[in-house]
Design a protein around this ligand. Structure first.
Ligand code: ZN
Length: 151
């Protein structure tokens, strides 16, 4: 009886492990997702591509000594695989775009430095004198005041 109880305990621990549930959910969602992808490829995209190009090549059969080499079916499988990968790529791209839709684009940080107009060194935005070449900057406002005085 003690053995059975321990067995049950172990089973409970196994079944309730977080990753087991995650895995189960992943498999179930994956199966549902696969149905959507399959339908999109087989019911929508393949017929659309079929309008302009041959996608079903399964009629291509090579017979060697009475043995059928169905290389056409293989090529069809490869083509369907490529279409499916392309669809998944587009879906992932779309999901990523949706995911970043709500996020506001980060406003670029206000500049904290400016370039000295004489020596082109990076200096503090509020500096009135360049620490590198010691050139003095005239404030924009003071220039405007000067112009008013001249008029
Ligand atoms: Zn300078």
């Amino acid at each position: 009886m003690a053995f059975f109880k321990k067995f049950l305990q172990e089973f409970k621990e196994f079944a309730l492990r977080g990753n087991v549930m995650d895995l189960a959910i992943g498999v179930i969602i994956g199966a549902a997702f696969q149905a959507i992808i399959n339908s999109l490829v087989n019911d929508v995209l393949s017929p659309l591509i079929g309008l302009v190009a041959q996608t079903d090549l399964s009629y291509l059969v090579l017979t060697l000594n009475g043995v059928d080499i169905k290389y056409g079916a293989f090529l069809t499988a490869v083509i369907n695989f490529i279409i499916m990968v392309f669809v998944i790529f587009l879906l992932v791209k779309g999901m990523n775009a949706l995911g970043s839709l709500g996020k506001k684009k980060e406003a670029p940080a206000a500049p904290t430095t400016k370039k000295c107009i004489y020596c082109f060194s990076e200096i503090d935005i509020n500096a009135l004198r360049c620490p590198h070449c010691t050139s003095e900057f005239i404030l924009k406002e003071s220039i405007e005041e000067d112009q008013h005085e001249e008029l």
